[in-house]
Design a protein. Sequence first.
Length: 218
Amino acid sequence: MKFFIDTANLNDIAEAQALGVLDGVTTNPSLMAKEGITGAENILAHYQKICDLVDGDVSAEVISTDFEGMVSEGEKLAALHPQIVVKLPLIADGIKACKYFSDKGIRTNVTLVFSAGQALLAAKAGATYVSPFIGRLDDISTDGLNLIAEIRQIYDNYAFDTQILAASVRHTMHVIDCAKLGSDVMTGPLSSIKGLLKHPLTDIGLAKFLEDYKKGNQ
Ligand code: E4P
């Protein structure tokens, strides 16, 4: 399973990259705003900085909600850097734009996916990635992980190439459960990745090893 980090924060991206397990980055307009990145030029410059920091795919989301606007924005984003994946919302014009980009060989990430039917549409339109938001489904007492399982089954039934990118991952158990369910990718905050390191027996065991070493090597 690929690990993407879901942030526009350069320090967090650099820390995950330094760990050696990062495969890419996802951003969205809210995450960019959180970092204070505003204005078309600054936004493009920030994507460039992210691409310089990591080796993998970097999802950059369009703001337009009409086909022509999405195509024009997406083409600018894709031209910025070969690592850029154009992120499109799952609305009718987003699906049309996904098909347009897919036919042109430009990679896409269809976002704001909350049902198996939406994921099926995105795959039919040739999406590179589909982003089901599991945390936001959990927030409204719906089983987000079940959506990952449903999409996995549908994509496997028809051998769709679209990769399932479990999004809105909130914590370490989401990461583990997505891996069990065969999600191709997960995107979450740095804490969801670093949380995988933690086990008290590892800390206790290491402390004991070091203590025993010191006894014999004074
Ligand atoms: C997906 O790519 C989104 O950026 C993201 O995962 C949304 O997560 P949130 O529900 O924690 O905002």
